[in-house]
Design a protein around this ligand. Structure first.
Ligand code: LRH
Length: 485
């Protein structure tokens, strides 16, 4: 009889089940199951196929049992903001709509013409992204909403299907832009604006709450290990930050995956005027922390390009090709909404460059370099902004997630931001998910000890600024942004 921890980590393009065990005071990770994820058009919208995700989770658990683990603890994390409407019969009403669906294109503008942005920001401290749950609910089908008994964030819904128990976990709930920072509850006025009520959300719980055991009916259908579900930091970014081995004071993180989430951990939210103007967010974290950060378009751009090139090149090959090309051949505001879900990313980038009378990237290497160099510039610009808002200089930057494997991007980021970069682990999200389970089950004492465990278990690579390089580029990029925002 072997015990283990399992992180179910569902990203925008893939999901996996990672097994975590403690061996000789080190955390050992093993990928047990991986599957493709993505949204497809269904009933007029881009939707996640939630039943297939559940199916894959069961498949993964069967593999884990077959590998000899018959007693596991399991935590679920996914990307934020999306939700499932559940009817009186306890079943989902439809497949959940992805935040990249175009339904919310004008919703934020419409809603905030009535409720001013500074009013919403003061209450919630959450950045304005046109896909926040607040704006998604604003656009929600009225007949579907009328049938709704429960509104559940996706990881909470998965936990509910597995165990029959319904909660709303705070790290993810905060990204709805509907939690009131001061009251610690959903804000009544904001809910009213989108015709939903507090009692439609299951009770709020902190990360690290035991949810319950997998239901008997699933054991009858699948050959599963005994499984206890822990509600971890269910927002993948919250898990990624918990899985970041930052050290000392004032370290910054860059969770680099489909999105680039750049920021720092705070104990008190920062929702003053400067943070509001900079559109920084205060997402709730585990153990009384806040993730003060900004969303940057991220590797989504390169993921789209890879697909559009028929997966002829791997990410590593694209980075190699980029390395053979000169950086900064064109400036791109990577956070321009036009890159959120274009029909074709390569064409969108090329049109952008043509429209702004810049060199048009043509080869795969040129396109990849255009993306990497502009991501690095955008990061550097935000680090400067963060230093200003916080009133102190961030000491180091820990890059985690898949993007931490891209040496070229790490080096450009270090040089342009003039900061020491520590890259890795690339599996920070799954690790953060596991660490919260281990703290909940008393195998690890607290998050400080958890981060030490990560440092002791995984290699981290250091990148230092090449100070003689690219002296004036950031400044020119900032001027470009000012004229192109
Ligand atoms: C990253 C992420 C991010 C959210 C976005 C919707 O996967 O969760 O933190 O802003 O997806």
């Amino acid at each position: 009889m072997s015990k283990a921890y399992v992180a179910v980590d569902i990203g925008a393009s893939s999901g996996r089940l990672m097994l975590g065990t403690l061996e000789n005071k080190k955390l050992k990770l093993q990928e047990m199951h991986r599957f493709k994820n993505g949204f497809t058009k269904e009933n007029g919208h881009d939707r996640w196929s939630i039943d297939s995700i559940l199916d894959e989770i069961f498949k993964g658990l069967e593999k884990i049992k077959a590998a000899g683990y018959d007693d596991v603890t399991l935590g679920i994390d996914t990307c934020a903001v999306d939700y499932v409407l559940v009817g009186m019969d306890g079943e989902k009403i439809q497949n959940p709509i992805s935040y990249r669906d175009s339904r919310t294109k004008n919703a934020m503008q419409e809603l905030t013409s009535d409720l001013p942005k500074d009013y919403i920001y003061k209450k919630t401290g959450i950045q304005f992204l046109n896909f926040n749950t607040l704006y998604q609910l604003y656009e929600e089908s009225k007949p579907d909403l009328e049938k709704t008994d429960k509104i559940m964030m996706i990881p909470d819904y998965i936990g509910y299907v597995l165990t029959g128990n319904a909660v709303t976990e705070v790290t993810n709930a905060s990204t709805t832009q509907m939690l009131n920072l001061r009251e610690g509850l959903f804000d009544k006025n904001l809910l009213k604006k989108v015709n939903v009520s507090q009692d439609q959300f299951p009770r709020l719980v902190e990360s690290g709450t035991i949810l319950g055991n997998i239901r008997h009916k699933w054991h009858k259908k699948y050959d599963l290990p005994e499984t206890e579900v822990v509600t971890v930091a269910t927002h993948d970014t919250a898990s990624a930050v918990l899985g970041t081995p930052g050290e000392g004071e004032h370290w910054a993180f860059l969770s680099s995956g489909t999105w680039s989430l750049l920021g720092t951990e705070l104990n008190v939210p920062e929702n003053g005027q400067l943070a509001f103007k900079g559109n920084y967010t205060n997402e709730w974290g585990a153990y009384g922390t806040y993730r003060f950060l900004k969303n940057i378009m991220g590797l989504w751009m390169i993921q789209c390009v890879k697909k559009e090139l028929d997966d002829k090149y791997s990410f590593a090959e694209l980075a190699d090709l980029a390395g053979q090309v000169k950086p900064f051949q064109q400036f791109i505001n990577v956070n321009d909404d036009r890159f959120t879900n274009p029909d074709n990313m390569i064409k969108e980038i090329q049109t952008y460059c043509r429209e702004s009378q810049q060199k048009v990237p043509e080869t795969p290497g040129e396109i990849a370099m255009a993306i990497y160099s502009n991501l690095a510039l955008y990061y550097a610009n935000e680090i400067e902004d963060l230093n200003n808002i916080l009133g102190y200089k961030l000491s180091t930057l820990n890059i985690v997630g898949g993007g931490s494997n891209v040496k070229l991007l790490n080096q450009l980021t270090s040089t342009l931001s003039n900061i020491d970069v520590y890259a890795g682990p690339s599996e920070a999200t799954a690790i953060g998910n596991l660490i919260v389970q281990m703290i909940t089950k008393n195998d690890v004492n607290n998050i400080g000890e958890g981060r030490k465990l990560i440092r002791d278990s995984f290699g981290v690579k250091k990148f230092v600024p090449e100070t003689h390089k690219y002296a004036d580029v950031l400044h020119r990029y900032q001027e470009f942004l000012e004229n192109n925002e």
